[in-house]
Design a protein around this ligand. Structure first.
Ligand code: DAH
Length: 342
């Protein structure tokens, strides 16, 4: 009797299936718990005649081991198939396939510019786009009501006093760094700037600049010229020539604007360079002692140079983009053209 029971239980357990952890638990309760089938067998065992106890006892033990192993293996099978499913389905993917974008031309050119300056030992510094009058104008030697402010009209955040505004140039980051770090300072500052301009093919109310600043003992105009020549040659090719024309910025003295030889006509003169053979790319100069002093740097000990250029301008020269507005219209037919330019 009891041997038959053992055999039929074994067949039953062997055929048992489970597809969820709850199923496995039900099987465990049915066979291995206190009120389960194995314990019921032990009750029957008491009635087994003495000479058969050994044999039957051994069979019961074997069945118990078999049942435990079977239930464990069902549990493991479920657990491993669950992890397999997790591996196959990436739950972080978007439901609708999103096309892979391309890098924006301004990002491509900005990264290239920063790479060149990083190789020359410049580190990157950044500052806020919403600035105060001190960092954008006053500290940079633009006194209130000075006509130099007319060149850089902007958008004001506060009305009275008109003290909080959108920065018109990344030169404001110069001040922020000079106020907080002791020389030597060698930084480039990339970022977005704003001006109150009518939007056209050649002007926009926001654009991007990279500013450079080097402050140390004995920094000269020759150092500035060498760094800018090195930059121009890596950016536009080893044959590129530069020329510096005297100019005016409140925060540098002397100041200059730099032209590079036109890479379309090689300097002979064409429509692009308006027959001059040169195209303007940046402003630069020796940092005015007033600026150093405003930022707490002793102008009798330290000198320095600064330069600033528009990323759109450099990008236009590299890729001959004729209309500035293309950069912010998000037209993929325009943006995709730079895919291979990385
Ligand atoms: N901040 C100037 C502008 O936006 C560009 C500039 C000119 C930056 C000369 C400089 C500099 O650091 O030395 O027009």
């Amino acid at each position: 009797m009891i041997l038959e029971k053992i055999n039929s239980l074994r067949a039953e357990i062997e055929a048992a299936q489970a597809s969820t952890p709850e199923d496995v638990e039900q099987l465990r309760i049915k066979y291995l718990s206190k009120k389960g089938a194995m314990n019921a067998l032990m009750a029957d065992f008491r009635t087994v005649p003495g000479d058969m106890k050994r044999e039957v006892g051994q069979k019961i033990n074997e069945l118990k081991e078999f049942a435990t192993a079977r239930i464990n293996s069902l549990r493991n099978a479920y657990a491993s198939s669950a992890t397999q499913v997790e591996e196959e389905i990436d739950l972080t993917r978007t439901a609708t396939p999103a096309g892979l974008g391309t890098r924006h031309p301004l990002s491509i050119v900005r990264n290239e510019m920063l790479r060149i300056f990083a190789d020359m030992g410049f580190t990157i510094a950044e500052g806020p786009e919403v600035e105060d009058d001190w960092h954008v104008f006053e500290s940079l030697n633009f006194p209130p009501d000075h006509p130099a402010r007319d060149m850089q009209d902007t958008f004001f955040i506060s009305r009275d006093p008109k003290d909080i505004l959108l920065r018109t140039h990344t030169s404001s980051v110069q001040t922020r760094v000079m106020e907080s770090v002791k020389p030597p300072i060698r930084i480039v500052c990339p970022g977005r700037v704003y001006r109150n301009e009518a939007i056209s093919a050649r002007a926009h109310c926001f654009f991007h600049q990279v500013e450079g600043l080097y402050i140390d003992k004995n920094v000269s105009f020759a150092d500035l010229k060498q760094v800018l020549l090195g930059f121009a040659r890596r950016m536009f090719g080893p044959e590129t020539r530069i020329r510096l024309r005297p100019s005016y910025f409140p925060f540098t003295e002397p100041s200059a604007e730099m032209d590079i030889s036109c890479d379309i006509c090689g300097g002979k003169g064409c429509a692009f360079c308006k027959g001059t053979g040169w195209v303007e790319i940046l402003g630069c100069g020796m940092v005015d002692p007033n600026v150093l002093e405003a930022c707490g740097i002793d102008s009798k000990v330290y000198t320095g140079y600064a330069f600033g250029m528009g990323i759109e301008r450099i990008t236009n020269l590299k890729y001959k983009v004729k209309d500035l507005r293309m950069f912010s219209e998000n037209d993929v037919r325009f943006l995709r053209q730079f895919e291979s330019a990385k």
